[in-house]
Design a binder for this molecule. Structure first.
Ligand code: 5RP
Length: 218
């Protein structure tokens, strides 16, 4: 199967986690896009969706799914999103698409995080994928210097402004032995909005697409 077919397969499998009423959270990226396409077919089952980016909001609307403001809902039953890397402990690196902050906010409000990914995303240790860090623009140089002190090599993502008006530093060469600790440390740097480690709040379920079929990790 191609990588796109694996993504499509996990997107279809994620429909089993969509409740029969209420509002759900929807992530960003190519795998999340396949999920949105599937969700469009069963849109009458839900009352709407909270989007983790403007791009996702536009795609949801394109399928006739009502986009709901997160401030108007209490708790979401599920959040479905992809990942750039994920471990068997369901710790993730996210933010390849630049939507990490809104993704983290929607995940925080969700009872269940369902991660959908093809098997190229499963890793033994996080960090080969450069860790995205969203930073307030005036703190760019300061935050970069602090990230170097943590052993990383930050690179400005050229030409990118996030949906929140900020910049992204992609941090290379991190050996992430303790993702929960590093997530917290980076978030302590003044001017950092958040970083792409999703370890303090990991996924609850991983649907991993492989040639043999969709594997479920919990
Ligand atoms: C966007 C993300 C995505 O979930 C991540 O980049 C995976 O994307 P894709 O499904 O296209 O591989 O975190 O900010």
């Amino acid at each position: 199967m191609t990588q796109d077919e694996l993504k499509q397969a996990v997107a279809r499998a994620a429909l089993d986690y969509v409740p029969s009423a209420g509002v759900i959270g929807v992530g960003t990226g190519s795998t999340a896009n396949y999920f949105i396409d599937e969700l469009g077919k069963i849109k009458h089952r839900i009352d709407g969706a909270v989007a983790s980016s403007e791009a996702t909001a536009a795609r949801l609307r394109g399928h006739g799914v009502e986009v709901v403001d997160l401030n108007n809902v209490n708790e979401l039953a599920v959040y479905v999103d992809g990942a750039d890397e994920i471990t068997e402990h369901l710790h993730m690196i996210k933010g390849g698409g630049g939507a990490l902050t809104r993704e983290k906010i929607v995940a925080a409000c969700s009872r269940q995080f369902i991660c959908v990914a093809d098997d190229s995303k499963l890793v033994g240790m996080l960090g080969r994928f450069p860790l995205p860090v969203e930073v307030i623009p005036m703190a760019r140089s300061y935050a970069a210097r602090e990230l170097v002190k943590l052993g990383g090599q930050p690179v400005l993502r050229q030409g990118v402004t996030t949906d929140n008006g900020n910049i992204i530093l992609d941090v290379h060469q991190l050996h992430i032995l303790n993702p929960v600790e590093l997530e917290e440390k980076i978030n302590q740097i003044t001017g950092v909005v958040t970083n792409g480690l999703f370890a303090a709040r990991p996924a609850d379920v991983l649907l991993l697409g492989a040639d043999q079929g969709v594997k479920t990790f919990t």
